[in-house]
Design a protein around this ligand. Structure first.
Ligand code: DI6
Ligand code: FE
Length: 408
């Protein structure tokens, strides 16, 4: 038979995240796929034929937990150097904002990233993506924003794509031009915005280097008006937007993202109920980033109850970056989201799969159902709550991306 499935996993504790089972594991589950897409996900009893006649490769998962591949929808994992020195400074009493205003912070990563050659930047960044993959991530978003000149921004985005190709995972790239004001534009803010809108964005769109556009809307970064100009241009060029919104102060960022039909508004610690209502209307996903909350020892919690009340999907991501979130496991982000933000383990798992996929505009993954991508993880675990429960440690035992087994 030529139309046999490529692969069939039997004896799974299968968490599909779609009705009717949702988060409840199917105890004697099976999942099959062909040409990278799922052909069966359900109970072994409901298989249409004998396993060996259905698929070329049949194997038992021996009762292990099987879930969709994790989706990390907010990272800045391409950068050179690190900022452990600032970690020490903060422990000696400096604040994140004071370090940023004194020319450290994002700009110190900009200096290092500009100085690194493309291969060197790739070599330094790849292990961070490998770490995410080892802990079950099959789709990773990667932002630019540590170049802040066109050449280095494009270098970062190319490195991000190369990481995806090298590891066999899906990488979605985001252009984050409005991350910090580069030194060349000191005291020339308006010129910088014009340059980003009129020169950089069109070039990046033309070269197909970005799937979306992001900005850092914050007292220490860019104003809502500046972000609006950039987002207007992005939409004209056909690129969807997302925003670092209301993390350290409430500048109305979440509502701004919603007004541009943003894919997501991320952080949200200072966002109010009105912003949440606007996100619900526009279908904008809330991306919760407990790693930076933890690292900066924030105390103000994102409006989780309001997000639940308005039915805004909550994603969970690492925000893997050298300044505020050197967090290298999405599973650990899930744990932090539960412990610090009081998400349930079910919300954390949906947040790191189906809702995160939606935050990237991807409807073909994040759940195990016929026709979706065969991004599948077999875990050294039995129940789905374990994924958020164990603090650290490697739990992904095998990872399939688009039906192909991959390893870091
Ligand atoms: N994401 C960001 O882009 C900023 N904070 C955050 O959560 C700054 C990252 C940095 O300091 O490098
Ligand atoms: Fe970020």
């Amino acid at each position: 038979m030529t139309d046999r499935w490529d692969h069939l996993l039997l004896d799974c504790r299968l968490v599909t995240l779609v009705d009717p089972h949702g988060y409840e594991p199917i105890a004697e589950g099976a999942i099959g796929w062909r040409d990278g897409a799922i052909t069966f996900a359900g109970s072994m009893r409901d298989l249409p034929d004998k396993p060996e006649t259905l698929a070329r490769v049949c194997e038992s998962a021996r009762g292990a937990l099987v879930t969709p591949g994790l989706v990390d929808c907010h990272t800045h994992l391409v950068f050179a150097g690190n900022r452990a020195n600032e970690f020490e400074m903060r422990l000696n009493g400096e604040s994140y904002e004071a370090i940023a205003r004194a020319g450290g912070g994002i700009l110190s990563s900009v200096h290092a990233t500009r100085a690194a050659g493309e291969d060197e930047l790739f070599e330094q960044s790849l292990p961070r993506a490998q770490g995410l993959l080892r802990d079950g991530a099959t789709t990773v978003e990667i932002k630019s924003g540590y170049g802040l000149d066109l050449d280095t921004e494009m270098k970062m985005l190319r490195v991000a794509c190369r990481i995806g190709e090298t590891l066999g995972i899906t990488v979605r790239t985001t252009f984050l031009g409005l991350h910090a004001l580069p030194p060349e534009f000191k005291d020339r803010r308006a010129d910088f915005i014009t340059t980003v809108c009129d020169e950089w964005l069109p070039r990046i769109a033309e070269e197909n280097l970005a799937d979306a556009v992001d900005a850092f809307c914050e007292g220490i970064a860019f104003t809502p008006d500046e972000v609006r100009r950039c987002f207007g241009r992005a939409r004209e060029l056909g690129l969807p937007v997302k925003l670092h919104a209301d993390q350290l102060s409430d500048l109305g960022g979440a509502a701004l993202a919603a007004s541009f039909d943003g894919l997501s508004a991320d952080h949200l610690e200072c966002a109010g109920a009105e912003a949440v209502a606007a996100m619900a209307r526009s279908g904008t996903v809330a991306v919760l980033l407990p790693g930076s909350f933890y690292a900066l020892r924030e105390t103000r919690l994102p409006p989780v109850d309001a997000l639940r009340e308005y039915g805004v999907p909550m994603a969970v991501a690492t925000d893997l970056n050298p300044g505020t979130s050197p967090l290298r496991s999405l599973r650990l982000a899930m744990n932090l989201a539960c412990t610090l933000f009081r998400l349930t383990p079910e919300e954390a798992l949906r947040g790191a799969t189906i809702h995160a996929a939606r935050a990237l505009g991807l409807r073909d993954r994040g759940a195990l159902a016929i026709g979706r991508r065969a991004d599948v993880v077999i875990w050294n675990a039995h129940g789905p709550a374990e994924l958020a429960y164990w603090i650290g440690g490697g739990f992904a035992s095998r990872v399939f991306a688009g039906g192909v087994e991959i390893s870091a």
